[in-house]
Design a protein around this ligand. Structure first.
Ligand SMILES: C[S@@+](CC[C@H](N)C(=O)[O-])C[C@H]1O[C@@H](n2cnc3c(N)ncnc32)[C@H](O)[C@@H]1O
Length: 285
């Protein structure tokens, strides 16, 4: 029998100890994996409601013509959507896998919706070594974003190093931060059934990747402990309700009195159905 959402909700509500973490490879260089993830980020793909949610938050945090530093940009699906919705933004993508960057550059070159292509810059580097990147030494960063990337870090030492790097930019540029990722489940059955419930129409490679990503995800407490170590101000730290397998963090944004820019909902809704758009928001209420 095909597993269902109710089963998943029950499994996750009856235990309170996270399953042990098994890291994924840091770099996403396997081409089949990259391709299947990339497809899920295509228009109407499974990841698009999440991308829109992230784009909306980032948009509200980032001033007109601001610069976003995106960590672990992969094949670029998220940042292309962000650029389409906020054409004024400059985006710097940090990605460890040169294969992923090549896919992103080639997709950008044929993307007719993005005109000012030179405002997206790709840097083949490590998000835990940001201060060594020459280009960033003289570039003001308004917002740092990271979507579905930090679970690739091998262990908590790398996670700590990441927040050390982020804290450098918060101190130097007063950068705002938005991080979205999976949250590690409580039940050991969850990683198997989650992709069968939500993405059974996608390739087995993608489903396997989702499963491994859940097992590799950090818990909200693991992440918060690193954020607190650098005394970064936490504006929001939320784990989704009922299906508690997503989490997001907003740092250093409490003094922002204005929402800089709302996304054009009409354009946003041309990527997803209205139900998808509100379902994800409902999870975080
Ligand atoms: C699952 S993909 C997400 C891509 C993109 N953010 C999205 O949501 O479409 C995660 C990406 O993070 C990259 N990555 C992992 N560790 C990294 C690191 N230390 N520095 C930079 N990129 C990294 C991987 O190579 C992979 O392309």
């Amino acid at each position: 029998m095909k597993p269902n959402i109710l089963q998943l909700i029950l499994l996750e509500s009856f235990s309170n100890k996270n399953i042990p973490r098994i890291p994924e490879p840091m770099i996403m260089s396997d081409l089949e994996n990259a391709k299947s993830f990339d497809e899920a980020g295509d228009i109407y793909g499974a990841l698009v409601p999440i991308y829109l949610f992230a784009a909306e938050k980032i948009s509200q945090m980032t001033p007109y013509s601001g610069t976003v530093l995106d960590l672990g940009s992969g094949s670029g699906q998220f940042i292309f959507l962000l650029k389409k919705l906020r054409p004024d933004l400059k985006i710097i993508c940090i990605e460890l896998s040169s294969e992923m960057i090549n896919i992103a550059i080639s997709k950008l070159s044929t993307n007719e919706d993005i005109t000012n292509k030179e405002e997206i810059k790709f840097i083949n580097s490590d998000m835990t070594q940001l201060q060594n990147i020459e280009y960033l030494k003289n570039t003001k960063i308004d917002t740092i974003s990271s979507i579905f990337s930090i679970h690739h870090l091998p262990n908590e030492l790398f996670l700590e190093k990441l927040f050390e790097e982020i804290s450098f930019f918060i101190k130097r540029d007063d950068s705002k931060v938005f991080i979205f990722d999976h949250a590690r489940p409580f039940s050991k059955k969850t990683p198997d059934i989650f992709p069968k419930i939500f993405t059974s129409n996608l390739s087995l490679i993608f489903q396997n990747d989702s499963k491994n990503s859940l097992i590799a995800a950090f818990t909200i407490d693991e992440i918060l402990s690193k954020i607190k170590k650098f005394k970064l101000s936490i504006t929001k730290a939320k784990r989704s309700k009922l299906i508690p397998l997503y989490q997001y963090f907003i740092l250093n944004n409490e003094n922002a009195k204005v929402n800089f820019s709302k996304l054009n909902k009409k354009i946003a809704l041309s990527f997803v159905t209205r139900t998808q758009y509100f379902q994800l928001r409902g999870l975080f209420l």
